[in-house]
Design a protein around this ligand. Sequence first.
Ligand SMILES: NC(=O)c1ccc[n+]([C@@H]2O[C@H](COP(=O)([O-])OP(=O)(O)OC[C@H]3O[C@@H](n4cnc5c(N)ncnc54)[C@H](OP(=O)(O)O)[C@@H]3O)[C@@H](O)[C@H]2O)c1
Length: 282
Amino acid sequence: MSMNDYKIFKKINEKIPVLGMGTWQIGGSMSPDYSRDKEWIMALRKGIELGLTLIDTAEIYGAGHSEELVGEAIKGYPRDELFIVSKVWPTHAHREDVFKAVQGSMKRLGTYIDLYLLHWPAENVPICETMKAMEELVNKGFVRYIGLSNFDVKGIEEARSCLSKVDIAAVQNKHSLVYRKYEKDVIPYCKREGMMFMSYTPIAKGALANNDFLIEIGKKYGKTAIQVALNWLICIDPVVPIPKAGRIDHLKENAGAMGWRLNKEDWDKIDKKFKVYLDLEK
Ligand SMILES: NC(=O)c1ccc[n+]([C@@H]2O[C@H](COP(=O)([O-])OP(=O)(O)OC[C@H]3O[C@@H](n4cnc5c(N)ncnc54)[C@H](OP(=O)(O)O)[C@@H]3O)[C@@H](O)[C@H]2O)c1
């Protein structure tokens, strides 16, 4: 594991790899799947070795089994070289439930959490109740940073207004070349405020692999369409994409999106080509 391509954010004053590793469906979806544990642990370990040392999981993934697999996979690696992200599901947004949830996640992971996110806005719980509980988690040393997922700017501002000493360090929303609406507001907001923006579903579930335009641009760099698509996101200041790959060849390909940059002309060409997704607002 070596980190030679990283970003530093004002709100997270340490090196973060420009690309992370997603884990949705590693360990099951809404219920645990134990059938491929060995293969998944191997894939996660391979990802770490390739430099994907930011790992994104959640208590809901595989009903906790994803966190168990991450916990197993990280054994033996220096803990301070990893950045573990997990999330509390909105049905656990009441104060007492947040405490229970984080303890469950830490137990499954076998370690503390670097960044803890509220997975989605909770409909029936006042945001300040959840945020104050999350702030306490930082003060108690259970988690190092807190953040939000699937929030717009208004929601982020509301959440921040509940906090006193701790601030929101990161926002994680859907973002790819074919889903660009947050480039208009949340991403510039994160940049201004020194927060990390984590792009989820950054390769549109693999669909971008077959994009002829990206394939053509990639030829110049000796890179694939997926590597170009991820690099285009990495070139945006506060953005850290978190593609998920259970297959080793996919992991290797994704890691090849690090360590280089598209030139400005090509970045602009891609921007223009996929502009329709910026204007679509969805
Ligand atoms: N906060 C939220 O609400 C939220 C929502 C969705 C996702 N997320 C996070 O974001 C992560 C990524 O999003 P995602 O899993 O929805 O979608 P994604 O990363 O865009 O796509 C994952 C899919 O693409 C395939 N793939 C990976 N690398 C590939 C490559 N190089 N070429 C072709 N196909 C490739 C994977 O296949 P294999 O697995 O077979 O390799 C998998 O089927 C999640 O795992 C999760 O951690 C968060």
